[in-house]
Design a protein around this ligand. Structure first.
Ligand SMILES: Cc1cc2nc3c(=O)[nH]c(=O)nc-3n(C[C@H](O)[C@H](O)[C@H](O)COP(=O)(O)OP(=O)(O)OC[C@H]3O[C@@H](n4cnc5c(N)ncnc54)[C@H](O)[C@@H]3O)c2cc1C
Length: 340
């Protein structure tokens, strides 16, 4: 989202941009998995917008609502879960009423596709090298090379670090490396579980559960409540970071997913242990937790290089979008100054 918001703002200002993306589609952690006959958002499940937010982010979400891409995800369907004496007890989440959550019926990646639709995007191109040659950035992927006057690296800080360390030879300051090293992320394992239509999912009072003191489960999202599907319910179940530490490298990921479901069956509803389908996704860098530098990082080399992501200021989609716009703004000024 950071990279797309930035690229779109630059393109709208008249610059020629290319987005180089390692995956088969856009969105990154704003991710939707296509299953037989259904969809599940296995990264960020929803987007949030403060009421009366007139900022560019507020306008972007309002436009998504107007186009029918996102729909209000009713606050009264979000419950808190507390583990007490081996069972979850549920309580309606106390919301301040100052923000609204939105879900996407066609999958949350639709909000990234909306930003990406007019952008030139090179998919399945993992950037493996970045260096300056005669004041031109040389960007290499496994099978292509690109040249640019300016580069924006909009990926999680630990991944940016791998690309930036070789630039120390070109004069990148140790201070930038040290800032990148300080940013920390929680990992997450998402279990995607699909059930037969006969399970009593319609009796669940919630669309999303947020667990507060559970050792294994952090969130359970009923994706079936986001969209009509000719199938039974499908859930995205996020693990706690502590659970990930023990299981991230597990050879049998389905067994890890089943362990998460067995736990829910034990503390909440037995039918969770018997899915028709289980898939598991590992997020090594899911949620930025601390070490935010407070602003996007400029490399201060002979040609502009910005290193950024939501982790510059926080951990949300809104942070990502706003950091992307801020980098676009600063880069425009830098390019104007360079051309004088
Ligand atoms: C499980 C989970 C739950 C979340 N819940 C919420 C939530 O409820 N609300 C919320 O606001 N946020 C949530 N988030 C966080 C939110 O998804 C992120 O803050 C936001 O998507 C970050 O966007 P980004 O563009 O900065 O980074 P990313 O989404 O990580 O995008 C980086 C992009 O760069 C690509 N890339 C990486 N390395 C390379 C390379 N070398 N070459 C080319 N391309 C590369 C990646 O494929 C990706 O597309 C959640 C995230 C996860 C994983």
């Amino acid at each position: 989202m950071t990279g797309l918001a930035c690229a779109l703002a630059l393109q709208n200002a008249g610059y020629r941009v290319v987005v180089v993306e390692k995956s088969r589609g856009v969105g990154g952690r704003v991710a939707t998995r296509h299953l037989p006959l259904s969809l599940v958002d296995h990264g960020a499940p929803t987007v949030e917008r403060a009421l009366y937010d007139e900022s560019p982010y507020g306008a972007y979400i309002a436009a998504l609502v107007e186009q029918g891409i996102v729909q209000p995800w009713s606050g009264n369907q979000i419950y808190d879960a507390y583990l007490s004496q081996g069972r979850w007890s549920l309580a309606l989440m106390q919301s301040s009423g100052a923000a609204q959550y939105y879900a996407a019926s066609e999958g949350i990646t639709a909000i990234a596709k909306e930003l990406a639709q007019s952008l030139p995007i090179e998919l399945t191109q993992r950037v493996t090298g970045l260096h300056l040659d005669s004041n031109i950035w040389q960007i290499t992927t496994e099978d292509k090379a690109f040249q640019a006057k300016a580069v924006v690296v909009a990926i999680p800080a630990p991944q940016a670090l791998d690309l930036c360390i070789p630039l120390v030879q070109d004069g990148l300051s140790a201070a930038v490396i040290s800032v990148l090293q300080n940013v920390q992320f929680d990992p997450c394992i998402t279990a995607i579980a699909g059930y037969a239509p006969s399970v009593p999912w319609q009796n669940l009072p919630w669309a999303e559960l947020r667990c507060h003191n559970d050792p294994i489960i952090a969130r359970v999202i009923c994706d079936r409540r986001k969209r009509e599907m000719p199938t039974g319910p499908c859930f995205a179940i996020h693990s706690t970071p502590v659970f990930v530490m023990e299981h991230f490298e597990a050879a049998d990921l389905s067994a890890v997913g089943q362990q998460m479901l067995d736990h829910i069956a034990q503390v909440y509803a037995p039918w969770f242990a018997q899915p028709e389908l289980v898939q598991v996704h590992r997020w090594r860098y899911a949620i930025a937790t601390n070490g935010y530098p407070g602003h996007p990082l400029s490399a201060q080399l002979s040609q502009p290089l910005w290193i950024c992501g939501e982790w510059c200021v926080g951990s949300t989609i809104q942070n990502a979008f706003e950091v992307g716009l801020e980098v676009a703004q600063q880069l425009k000024q830098q390019l104007l100054d360079c051309s004088r």
